[in-house]
Design a protein around this ligand. Sequence first.
Ligand code: HEC
Length: 128
Amino acid sequence: MRAYALAAIVVCCASVAAAAAVLHASAQTSTDQIARGQYLVMSVGKCNDCHGPKLQGSSLIGLLKPGMPFAYRSPKIAGLPQLSTADAVTFLQTGRLPGGARARPPMPQYRFNHGDAAAVVAYLKSLK
Ligand code: HEC
């Protein structure tokens, strides 16, 4: 039950001068979004508890109880190579992967709002 307890705790993104200002603002927004995503990933969602300290994926054998439909290993999510940005945002808002499947426990069924899901994905996509 430790895995479910952990999951429950967790369930818990004109003018040249104006153009330059716009470019600066969008770069700023992106940096702010990534910083917010880092906070959501490392401090709120605690993704590192299961995906490893650098989000490279990790064995979860120590959390396993017999008979549970359980993933034995978390995948690498640094860089998020397996999902497009849109699919990853949908996954973090609905729990649904492309095709409609869900990730197995102990991956929590997150219901991030759109802005938070987008920030989480921006952060993960910024990593290697
Ligand atoms: C309690 C452990 C746990 C926590 C916390 C956790 N994950 Fe996971 N995650 C998993 C496991 C296990 C899988 C693999 C599930 C499977 O193989 O069916 C997974 C799968 C995923 C996948 C891949 C889905 C796919 O199949 O393509 C993504 C993306 C993901 N997690 C993102 C996150 C993010 C972002 C967070 C934090 C907001 C997070 N996870 C927190 C355990 C966890």
